[in-house]
Design a protein around this ligand. Structure first.
Ligand SMILES: NC(=O)c1ccc[n+]([C@@H]2O[C@H](COP(=O)([O-])OP(=O)(O)OC[C@H]3O[C@@H](n4cnc5c(N)ncnc54)[C@H](OP(=O)(O)O)[C@@H]3O)[C@@H](O)[C@H]2O)c1
Length: 267
């Protein structure tokens, strides 16, 4: 039997984001993608929205799948692995996004021969602009790692990291969109404070974030150099940077990431 389907288990916030990312750019054939959720209506709604299949049961869909992506809460993992144990074979690649659930736990639940992967994605995956950390279990070959990386391509950028650094990925890019949203919210408020109306401030801030991010991505120049390039002697940027240094902007950001990483390890 040819295993070519891709199954996504759990259609909540993150499972839906992944399904939307997989279908957005049209790189994957939607007829090969199925979703399953113990809340049947949730899977049906997503399948209708994206033109993919909704499986009525795991037994119905798992045996035909090359890839299984697990997007349930960490506390639901054990129960799900128990249900999957008799269904999954070593010819299948199982990838979990559950925070804090190790490849060892996944392998223990699915059997010693199982090939497992662990991801830490973030929500921009739904636009194909996610940042994803990936670690492979010990049974996965180099080709299988490459295969999972290729599968994830429509979701954004995937970087392989040693599993011990997964908490750091969680603290940096997993939590990262929230840092950017807070930064944007603050800048918009600042724009209003200096006299712009909220709509104008909001449009200017969003485009500034997009433009600056694209400069970082496309120029390959260090952020400090890009910043120096827009800092004229005794100018406005100098005045702003002085305040940010005095008020501890950098140390606040670094402490926030350290604290998020520590918390990820606790969960
Ligand atoms: N949200 C994020 O930004 C983010 C980022 C990175 C990683 N993650 C990880 O993503 C995972 C999912 O998070 P989420 O926020 O998407 O959770 P969620 O919104 O609660 O979605 C999980 C879905 O899976 C269903 N489910 C639970 N057990 C199941 C089972 N045995 N079979 C089928 N469906 C089952 C749940 O149904 P019920 O409603 O009945 O429980 C729910 O519909 C978590 O492990 C989290 O650590 C999340």
């Amino acid at each position: 039997m040819k295993l070519e389907q891709i199954g996504l288990i759990g259609c909540g916030a993150m499972g839906s984001a992944l399904a939307r990312g997989f279908t957005k750019k049209g790189d994957l054939n939607p007829s090969l993608i199925w979703v399953y959720d113990r809340n049947e209506e949730r899977a049906l709604k997503l399948s209708r929205e994206l033109g993919i299949k909704a499986a009525a049961s795991l037994e119905e869909a798992v045996p035909f799948s090359r890839h299984l992506l697990i997007a349930v809460k960490p506390q639901d993992i054990d129960g799900l692995l128990h249900m999957l144990k008799g269904l999954v074979t070593p010819g299948q690649l199982v990838t979990s996004i559950a925070a804090g659930v190790t490849t060892t736990t996944l392998q223990k639940g699915l059997g010693p021969e199982s090939k497992v992967f662990r991801l830490m994605p973030n929500t921009p995956c739904l636009l194909g602009e996610g940042a994803i950390g990936m670690s492979a279990g010990k049974n996965a070959s180099e080709e299988e790692r490459e295969e999972v990386m290729a599968l994830l391509k429509p979701l954004g950028l995937t970087i392989q990291v040693p599993e011990k650094l997964m908490d750091a990925v969680t603290g940096l890019s997993g939590t990262g969109p929230a840092y950017v949203f807070l930064f944007a919210e603050t800048l918009i408020d600042a724009g209003v404070t200096v006299g712009l109306n909220r709509d104008v401030a909001s449009k200017l801030v969003v485009q500034t974030l997009i433009g600056a991010a694209r400069m970082l991505q496309e120029s390959n120049i260090h952020p400090a150099e890009l910043r120096n390039n827009v800092t004229s002697p005794a100018g406005t940027t100098c005045a702003a940077m002085q305040v940010l240094e005095e008020t501890g902007f950098r140390s606040s950001m670094i402490k926030a990431v350290i604290e998020a990483t520590r918390r990820a390890g606790e969960l």
